[in-house]
Write a protein of this length. Structure first.
Length: 174
């Protein structure tokens, strides 16, 4: 099952055992919550357009791992054409959603990891890239939304941790 439908994506969220707090309140139904729903709908649009024949050329790609048709958000770029289609896809989604569609950072991260891990394995004789490719194949087969976190490296508005209103608001990697 390489391409997930919009409906299947939304149903997959219903199946998760999420514990989400929003503005200090536990959210009972994440999928139908009025503040969360617009963001979920933007992600859902990435699935909907991938299944639309009109946008298939931009929204899907052929996996370099399996040879199957996959969502471009799970694709490892192979050519200049892939990069051009990526940009056109992002513009299309921006026009269709007028919002963040959440999957860009994940797509960029897997592409950065692909080349970085390959070079690292070649230099150090490790096998990280092979394991990573297995994960990307799983990601492609299940059309997962994989994302990354954006952080403020200086914390709350650039203040040092001891001066922040809530020093636990940010993840710090040391």
């Amino acid at each position: 099952m390489a391409l997930k439908t919009k409906e299947r994506y939304i149903e997959s969220l219903r199946q998760l055992n999420l514990k989400v707090y929003l503005m200090g309140e536990l959210v009972e139904n994440v999928v139908d919550h009025p503040i969360i729903k617009p963001s979920m709908n933007s992600v859902a649009k990435t699935y909907e357009l991938a299944g639309d024949p009109e946008y298939e050329d931009l929204m899907t790609a052929t996996s370099s791992i399996t040879g199957k048709k996959i969502n471009r958000f799970t694709h490892l770029h192979q050519s200049q054409d892939d990069l051009i289609k990526k940009v056109k896809m992002l513009r299309l989604l921006g026009q269709k959603t007028a919002a963040c569609f959440q999957r860009c950072v994940g797509m960029d991260a897997i592409n950065a990891l692909d080349s970085t891990l390959l070079e690292m394995d070649q230099k150090y004789g490790t096998e990280y890239h092979q394991r990573f490719i297995k994960y990307v194949e799983y990601m492609q087969e299940n059309d997962l939304t994989v994302d990354g976190a954006m952080t403020d490296p200086k914390g709350d508005r650039g203040l040092p941790p001891h001066q922040q209103a809530d020093p636990d608001l940010y993840v710090r990697v040391v």
